[in-house]
Design a protein around this ligand. Sequence first.
Ligand SMILES: [Zn+2]
Ligand SMILES: [Zn+2]
Length: 282
Amino acid sequence: MYRDVVASLATRHGKRAALGPPLRRHLGLRLRVPPVDTDALGTFTGEVERPGPAPQVVVAKARLGMDAADCPVGVASEGSFGPHPAVPWHSLQVEYVVLLDDRLGLVVLETASSVAGNHADLLTDGTDRGELLAFARRTGTPGHALTVVPAVPAPGAPVLPAKGIVTVRSLLAAVAAAGAASRDGRARVAADLRAHHNPRRMAVIAEAGVRLARRMATACPGCGAPGFGPVAARPGLPCSACRTETDLVAERVSGCGLCTYQRAERVRPFAADPASCPSCNP
Ligand SMILES: [Zn+2]
Ligand SMILES: [Zn+2]
């Protein structure tokens, strides 16, 4: 289905290194990177706001690449960073990878997530140089780059971030310039989240790429379309002591992007520890 097919990959940030190998290995698909401005769909530093949630934007991004390259098959990825919904004090990185196939009318989305990303920022006026350099070290600089913006930009002033910073000298200069442009005299320093400047992020994109490739290599048992895989998880795993339904996942449902065929599989172990039971351990 995909052997020696050329798909567009909409990226300005070197994602072919992460997504190319698994798609080639599992499907024989080759990627072409057309000259598209993916920054028009949002930047991490805030000059351009993302026009919607990541699972929608990733599809728009793939479409942008397919139009530019005139390819019926397209691939794109989009990252999302924020507080972890379940674990306090942790941030969660989710990478969405999508494959669109207009020959079939197919849209297949896969994800990979990590709590090990370097999504954090530091507000500084630059006087505590030790704190600034310790932050840079934790972020992984110089292997990972930094960005610097004014903490409180003047109203109406364009945000002009300094990006791709990997030296102490350019970091100090950027902090001084951003502090001077900020109404509170401080700069916001953060990890550069663009994939080619952030190997930790690139590794999670590669993981999402492997999942997408494996999923595309899995045919739907109902209609034979590629891309059969997990679509939902159903809670309600029964307590091992009293059989009350808990919030834990009882079944994983796999589905098809083209037909309505679904397959549910029970999750092992088939019962929940009474510690998770609302009846035994209210
Ligand atoms: Zn199907
Ligand atoms: Zn119970």
